[in-house]
Design a protein around this ligand. Sequence first.
Ligand code: ARG
Length: 465
Amino acid sequence: MSNKMWGGRFTERPDAIMEEINVSIDVDRHMYAQDIAASKAHAVMLAAQGIITANDAKNIAKGLDTILSEIGKGSFDFKRALEDIHMNVESRLADLIGPAAGRLHTARSRNDQVATDFRLFVRDTIDETDRALAAFQQALAQRALEHAATVMPGFTHLQTAQPVTFGHHLLAYVEMASRDRGRFADARQRLNESPLGAAALAGTSFPIDRAATAKALGFDRPMANSLDAVSDRDFVIETLSAAAICSVHLSRFAEEIVIWTSPLVGLIRLSDKFTTGSSIMPQKRNPDAAELVRAKTGRVIGALNALLIVMKGLPLAYQKDMQEDKLGAMEAFGALSLAIRAMTGMVLDMVPDEARMKLAAGEGYATATDLADWLVRTLKMPFRDAHHVTGRIVAKAASDGVALHELPLKAMQAIEPDITRDALSVLSVEASVKSRTSFGGTAPKNVAAQAKAWLKRLEKERKLG
Ligand code: ARG
């Protein structure tokens, strides 16, 4: 038998290979809830406009509710021969309510249907991602407050640079996550227009009310151009690019966790909850979750690239190529969701080795800049000269094999006679971080204030819901 949705023009069944390449039900079944919601809104509007009878609309709604619960329960029989979620639902509706089911597709096409469903799906994903990122920020800010004064080495070029606090480092990721949330919010705002009623590509001759279906589905307004409505996937691309940037942030943090937990570095420890052992080396404690967060970034960036490539050569309006938008995007969103939750778990789980952090913070003459700043402040030396003098003092300490604060005052005075005992007070790592009080700097009191401000802001957001 030919397909019952377009059997009029067709007499033969598709070839098996045709069916295999064409079918999308394994992927688009994940947006069944959105598909049914859009169909319900469409049916209500058709009845309100007098395009179908109130009785047919009532039966359609009832049938769609039955299908929603069947799919929810797992008792729905998805048929590959019916290609996609739209035709699976419509076909089941016909089994349930008879010929009235055939009226649901009046004044719409699968082209505006799929665009509507996927917008709703991506919108739901954005909302979930936002909630997950808020929880991630909450965990980071909480740990930052706890470690506002815990000194650790700050790095540039992965070389010990200047002491910072662990809290300050964690708050850096709160800021990144905040911009990520902003990007998702921007994407959400632009995607929140309804394609429904654009029909196949040209609109329809029926007196539909697109504003009504847009409103019923929580869209801000109907899309203004029917060709655009059915043929762009920029909303997916934009959301994937926000996801890609977000996953790059998570990946950098994951990489730091991998470095910090290495026995060579040993700045933090993860518990059994977020590590795995080795089947052969009994001593091993591997940061697999962090490694996988790092790796999943590849999927997200890959999905963004793949969809950009799918879209770049497509003329208006709908082309079947667009069916390939969903699998990669759904996998990417799933990977990102998992990555955010895994990072949140690790943030709550990690225990810094404070003694080692402090020791490492002072290694590599990390307070040399503090000495140079002292020379500028106290002796009114130009910074360039102070840099030079400090460089010579560091060289002396290095050749004597001692840390900067271990160098006798006399040795410093041999290089710069005006240095006084007061200079020694700036050489400890605690004094160093404490002095960094400039806005956005690492001073513990700045960090504690920032962490508290974030916790308050997140709490307020949560209350507003
Ligand atoms: N499964 C299709 C997709 O995801 C639905 C739209 C099909 N439209 C069409 N004219 N063949 O894109």
